[in-house]
Design a protein around this ligand. Structure first.
Ligand SMILES: [Zn+2]
Length: 257
């Protein structure tokens, strides 16, 4: 199946990593056990494998560090980032339930985190989109996520009725044929799916954001209980099936754009 993935796809995997570098640990204000629980709840576990198994590395941009170090899916500037209101801008200060995650940082410490982990990630993503545009004249950024079956306290959408898949869109960059096609296709496979619920948007590098319509984007969010055990963090026996469905439907629907 992977060989069918087109070269103009770039898979963005921002929340797969659980890695907290040793030189960051002192910033974290919770115990080892509390940190392990925070990582369990906040990581989009196994999404690298779920979305990109068999995809050439040149088409994948994965955040190296845990989102608890830096969240590359957020705007770097807190004044542009709505989630900074709950202490979860690019550099998290709060846990999933609003407790203190980090000791207060100096501006220099925050800037170092952005310089070390945020900027290189976004430069790599921009470069890969540029490369796809040069080679194919178009690019699709697939923003790869998963979400817990029960809303975490920090989430703005607290409805307990969560679909199995969420298709996130951007008005400028997501062709209606693509988002509509994906939603129809998941429904035909028997899954529940919603557009931009419980999470909305699809990440596009700033260089192209609402400027270059050769860059398409879609976010695919998979409810975690479909493919993993949310208590242990381990893959379930449906993992391969769900990975196959995501790839097959994505390929079928991108033939429309
Ligand atoms: Zn995510």
């Amino acid at each position: 199946m992977a060989s069918q993935i087109s070269g103009w796809f770039v898979f963005h995997v921002p929340h797969d990593s659980t890695w907290i570098p040793d030189n960051i640990r002192h910033q974290i204000a919770v115990s080892d056990n509390e940190l392990a629980d925070e990582i369990l709840k906040m990581t989009d576990h196994h999404t690298l494998d779920l979305f990109t198994n068999g995809i050439p590395a040149e088409q994948i941009v994965r955040a190296e560090v845990s989102r608890l170090v830096v969240d590359v899916e957020r705007f770097a500037d807190d004044s542009n980032e709505a989630m900074s209101a709950v202490g979860m801008g690019a550099v998290y200060l709060r846990t999933h339930n609003g407790l203190r995650l980090r000791h207060p940082l100096t501006d220099a410490e925050r800037n170092t985190l952005i310089y070390d982990w945020y900027t290189p990630h976004h430069n790599a993503l921009t470069d890969k989109v540029d490369l796809a545009l040069a080679r194919f004249g178009k690019c699709l950024v697939v923003d790869c996520h998963s979400f817990p079956s029960v809303p975490l306290p920090y989430e703005s959408e607290q409805s307990p009725d969560r679909p199995e898949f969420c298709i996130g869109t951007n008005a400028f960059h997501t062709p209606a044929m693509l988002s509509g096609g994906l939603i129809d296709a998941f429904k035909q496979e028997g899954f529940s799916v919603r557009k931009d619920f419980p999470f909305d948007g699809a990440l596009v590098p700033l260089k192209f954001y609402e400027q270059d319509n050769r860059v398409s984007a879609v976010m695919i969010e998979v409810r975690r209980d479909l493919y993993m055990n949310e208590v242990t963090g381990e893959k379930s026996n449906r993992f391969g099936e769900i990975a196959e469905v995501v790839h097959r439907l994505l390929m079928a629907c991108t033939e429309r754009i």
